[in-house]
Design a protein around this ligand. Structure first.
Ligand code: ASP
Length: 439
């Protein structure tokens, strides 16, 4: 068995947290490949090392003094090294970083040093080999991640290494220039490594015990999700569930490797399993609820729209022309509605409206703003009758007016549009009917 373990920033924020991570790794010899993030927050108002690096580099790039900022970053690592009683000096590393900052090596290079240095510390602490991610995680000249080439290079490299630490979040272009993934990207690195070594499981250690059925800021103590499929998770992360980077499932999904989200502070808890498919029924008909505010709907009316071939295409063309992606397009006989992100749309709305008039010649166009979308997701919905009925009666009882309904053809989710101000109430009502009343 081979396990790839990724530790998030809060799991490696201090020597104390490092020791917990080390104990977890050492307690199972199958945990052979380790992907660390940069040190995160030690307490609520603390600053992540990655943010300190961005700030420090911004000064370097503006030609301002940055030595003091770099010193504070170095102190974060010194504190960890000292707490772990390691015989390790990062003096040369920091001298090289200072030099590179002066040469304006780029924001990606700067941000990547958080993981790079933490990888060196982790490798020294565990006695594992350190592999610089810039030699094995590869990007093409347009900054696109090269999945197949990386997989080949990484698989070959790791086939000779029994145990290794590969820092998360970054890789490099062909010429060696560092490139990072988007924020939270160490989750993606962990998944890439798991695919390359054909791991039995990708363990993602963080500071929560997995995914929750609903957002704890809205529902007090929501129940946890034991098992969720990749597809269900896609729907939920797209709608705002943020435990794992939304792109992290793609590499492991190709090999059918399960992801296990675990809590470094409570390693005895089983966490959430993310799998390709399962015959395990979720405890409730729904697996999870997530949602986002800040959408608007563009309602287009035209008599006999349904018999006019190409009408929908012309309308969507107007959005495409202004680079706006749409979320949902429910339609009726004489109406069609396009849901878009308000912040993307707001500055271009009049241009899009006139383009729709020009291209599709509708009778009227009416825009509504401040709408929220809620996704109710669950593989169990397909085989259970009455789910939609229960959702809508719960919403009616909670006095929530439903503005839009869209059931995906996969029958995996039902998307509901409500006004922003009804958002929390709607989630509470849905949670209550499917979880609290079932408990
Ligand atoms: N350290 C990076 C960030 O703060 C990447 C990561 O933690 O995954 O976004």
């Amino acid at each position: 068995m081979k396990k790839v373990v990724k530790f998030g920033g809060s799991s490696l924020a201090s020597a104390e947290q490092f020791i917990k991570a080390g104990d977890i790794i050492r307690s199972d010899k199958e945990r052979r490949y380790v992907v660390p993030s940069a040190p995160g927050k030690r307490f609520g108002k603390d600053t992540k090392v990655t943010d300190m690096l961005y700030g420090c580099y911004a000064k370097a790039e503006a030609g301002e003094a940055f030595a003091e900022d770099l010193k504070m970053i170095r102190e974060r690592y010194e504190e960890i090294i000292h707490g772990l009683q390691l015989d390790l000096s990062l003096a040369d590393e920091f001298a090289a970083i200072e030099e590179k900052f002066r040469e304006k090596a780029g924001e990606d290079y700067a941000a990547s040093r958080g993981e790079y240095l933490n990888g060196i510390v982790m490798a020294s602490y565990l006695g594992y080999e350190f592999i610089d991610a810039s030699t094995v995680i590869l990007f093409d000249e347009n900054g696109e991640f090269e999945s197949e080439k990386t997989n080949k290079v990484l698989a070959e490299r790791l086939s000779h290494v029994e145990c290794a630490v590969i820092p998360g979040f970054y890789g490099a272009y062909e010429d060696g220039k560092v490139k990072t993934f988007s924020r939270g990207g160490s989750d993606i690195t962990g998944s890439i490594v798991a695919r390359a070594v054909k791991a039995d499981v990708y363990e993602n250690w963080t500071d929560v015990s997995g995914f929750l059925v609903a957002d704890p800021r809205i529902i007090k103590n929501p129940v946890g999700i034991e098992t969720i499929t990749y597809r269900e998770l896609r729907e939920l992360s797209y709608m705002g569930a943020t435990v794992l980077h939304e792109d992290a499932i793609f590499p492991v999904r190709r090999e059918g490797i399960p992801i296990n989200i675990r809590n470094t502070n409570c390693p005895e808890e089983k966490g959430t399993w993310i799998v390709e498919s399962t015959c395990q029924k979720s405890k409730y008909v729904i697996t999870g609820i997530a949602g986002k505010k800040g959408f608007c709907s563009v309602n287009i009316e035209k008599d006999m729209m349904n018999s006019e071939i190409g009408f929908g295409r012309k309308v969507l063309q107007a959005f495409e022309d202004y680079g706006i992606s749409f979320e949902h397009v429910p339609s009726g006989i004489d109406t069609m509605t396009v849901f878009v992100h308000q912040d993307e749309f707001i500055n271009k709305e009049q241009k899009v409206v006139s383009a729709i008039h020009r291209l599709a010649d509708p009778d009227t166009i009416d825009i509504e703003s401040d709408l929220a979308l809620i996704a109710v997701v669950g593989r169990g919905m397909r085989s259970t009758r009455g789910t939609a009925g229960r959702i809508f009666s719960a919403l009616a009882h909670a006095n929530v007016n439903v503005r839009m309904i869209d059931q995906g053809s996969s029958e995996l989710n039902i998307i509901i549009g409500v006004s922003d101000e009804d958002f929390e109430n709607a989630i509470r009502a849905i949670y209550k009917i499917f979880v609290e009343l079932e408990l």
